[in-house]
Design a protein around this ligand. Structure first.
Ligand SMILES: [Zn+2]
Length: 304
């Protein structure tokens, strides 16, 4: 059923010219941030080939620069998956200088991103994401998973320090916290440690300033923005769907969360933003309701 809906939507949006019209109307002079996690080289190559003559590829650091009359795209990856190392030839082939937001206490260590570990999968990742951070860690500890250990025979899931060093001339490495908690479920000290501690760890690992941040699950509130600003970050990327221009709030950058295994037509459909809109509207409703109830706009937790 889902694939049938997808096929129909793809045909309607691509063959009626809606996708092209949206690009002409909204992307026009703006910058899209594409968000991937762990795509294969072949998939990413096909996506970049499709985009090549339609948009200019820009580094994330130029996201707030004034428009040049052309649609622009910054390519980003979250988490720092080991598989990202295989993408290097694709970046070089297409002249793309991507940003990889790394979990700084997972990459370059013999550790596993917590939600990829069998113990977390068995316990239910979706439920764990919504728990208070201390309770989540206590439950995982009780079941035998510690976020700062390899935990038996588990697979190392992050980029190694050798891989990071090899990619360093071609890739901009930035922060995605230390261990990937849900920030709005953290106590103040835990949140500060994840944002400030990660900045220091990325800088130690890369030897360059760490100034950009991506919120895990795209979930954030006004406390997270305030800590990022105080720590010296310049931007924060959400998963709210939309394009960016020089008037965009740099700590609430919008993005297109692309499914890693998208065919080229499905990729083109996702770039209209229409398939991502329902989730965005749901998030908007949660925020507005929170603001009404508590009269503190932006300070409330977002649902995923
Ligand atoms: Zn993530």
């Amino acid at each position: 059923m889902k694939s049938l809906m997808r096929e129909l939507l793809t045909r309607v949006l691509l063959f009626t010219g809606v996708a092209m019209a949206i690009r002409a109307m909204f992307w026009r002079d703006r910058a899209a941030i594409l968000l991937y996690h762990d795509p294969t080289p072949a998939t990413l190559d096909a996506h970049l080939q499709y985009l090549k003559d339609k948009v200019d590829f820009i580094p994330l650091s130029q996201i707030s620069a004034p428009g040049n009359g052309r649609p622009r795209a910054a390519i980003t990856f979250d988490d720092g998956h080991a598989g990202n190392a295989e993408l290097l030839p694709v970046f070089i082939k297409h002249g793309v200088h991507p940003t990889i937001y790394i979990c700084s206490s997972i990459v370059a260590h013999e550790r596993t991103h917590w939600w990829l570990h069998p113990i977390a999968k068995d316990a239910g990742v979706k439920r764990l994401i919504r728990m208070r951070n201390g309770e989540r860690l206590a439950e995982l500890n009780a079941k035998g998973f510690y976020q700062d250990q390899l935990n038996g025979e588990a697979k190392v899931s992050g980029l190694s320090s050798e891989q990071i060093q090899a990619m360093r001339p071609f890739v901009d490495f930035q922060s995605h916290t230390r261990f990937h908690p849900t920030l709005t479920c953290c106590e103040d000290e835990e949140c500060a440690e994840e944002l400030i501690g990660s900045k220091a760890e990325v800088e130690r690992l890369i030897g360059r300033p760490c100034e950009h941040f991506a919120y895990p699950y795209g979930i954030y509130g006004s406390r997270e923005v305030a800590i990022l600003k105080a720590a010296g970050y310049k931007t924060g990327r959400t998963t709210d769907v939309g394009w960016n221009d020089e008037r965009s709030d740099p700590f609430r950058l919008k993005a297109f969360d692309i499914e890693d295994d998208s065919s080229v037509p499905w990729f083109a459909v996702q770039l209209t933003g229409l398939t991502l809109m329902p989730r965005y509207l749901r998030l908007g409703r949660v925020r507005r309701l929170g603001a009404r109830l508590f009269n503190k706009p932006g300070s409330l937790k977002q649902a995923q």
